[in-house]
Design a protein. Structure first.
Length: 239
């Protein structure tokens, strides 16, 4: 967090103390990789600390403080959020006839959401296993390493890119309990004719201390007329 300009203080006029405040802040951020459920605020400050005025009777001062607040909560979307903020205080200290007088007030507080994301977003690695289940001889039994890039927004909507099927279109959704429903649309070449297909994969993400695991399988029908049916299994990990 890097405040660009800030003005803070107190003024005394017609028997009343009045707040003086103005701020303009700029924030830079590199996204974290959350590993646990948490909600905490780390303070950075004071960023600025200075005297407004000083006499034999009264001293005035102001401070500008900053903080970063991180929240990770699986019951709401977005799953994790990062805020940056700043607040300023101003006050006076006086000693008159051996009586100490102190007055401090918070002039302003500025809080801004600077990043958010879903814990399932990122790179998943594992295997894709194709098991022959029909008479089709286009693809035999095979198991291949696969890398999938999951992009999950703050509503739980999922889009996926994988390194094995360039023409496949993955979409889906994740709920707050990390139940996953995916749809993969694809095009198979059946006797020289492009034939569209759609397969649904469902499963739940299992969380361990440092990894997330997703295992799912479903039947893909490539060419119905030729009994081209396969059981396709995905076993994936995200660290």
């Amino acid at each position: 967090m890097m405040p660009e300009t800030a003005t803070a203080g107190l003024s005394y006029q017609s028997g009343q103390w009045n707040k003086i405040s103005d701020s303009n802040s700029k924030f830079e951020f590199i996204a974290p990789i959350p590993r646990f459920e948490a909600n905490f605020r780390a303070y950075i400050g004071p960023i600025l600390e200075f005297k407004l005025y000083e006499t034999d009777i009264i001293n005035g001062y102001a401070e500008l403080n900053g903080y970063m607040e991180f929240s990770l909560d699986l019951s709401f979307a977005p799953i994790w959020s990062l805020y940056a903020g700043a607040y300023a205080t101003a006050g006076i200290k006086s000693e008159v006839l051996d009586v100490n007088i102190e007055l401090e007030a918070k002039i302003f507080e500025y809080k801004r959401l600077i990043a958010f994301g879903h814990i399932l977003s990122g790179t998943w690695k594992g295997t894709r296993t194709v098991i022959k289940a029909g008479d089709c001889d286009i693809v035999g039994n095979s198991s291949s390493p696969i890398i999938m890039t999951w992009m999950v927004n703050n509503e739980g909507d999922i889009t996926i890119q994988d390194n094995l099927q360039a023409g496949a279109n993955w979409t889906g959704n994740a709920d707050r309990f990390l139940n996953i429903a995916l749809k993969k649309s694809y095009t198979a070449l059946c006797d020289g004719t492009p034939t569209p297909g759609l397969t649904t994969y469902d499963g739940s993400v299992i969380r361990t201390e440092r990894t997330y695991r997703f295992d799912t399988e479903s039947t893909e029908v490539w060419c119905p007329e030729g009994n081209c049916v396969f059981l396709v299994r995905y076993s994936l990990l995200k660290e």
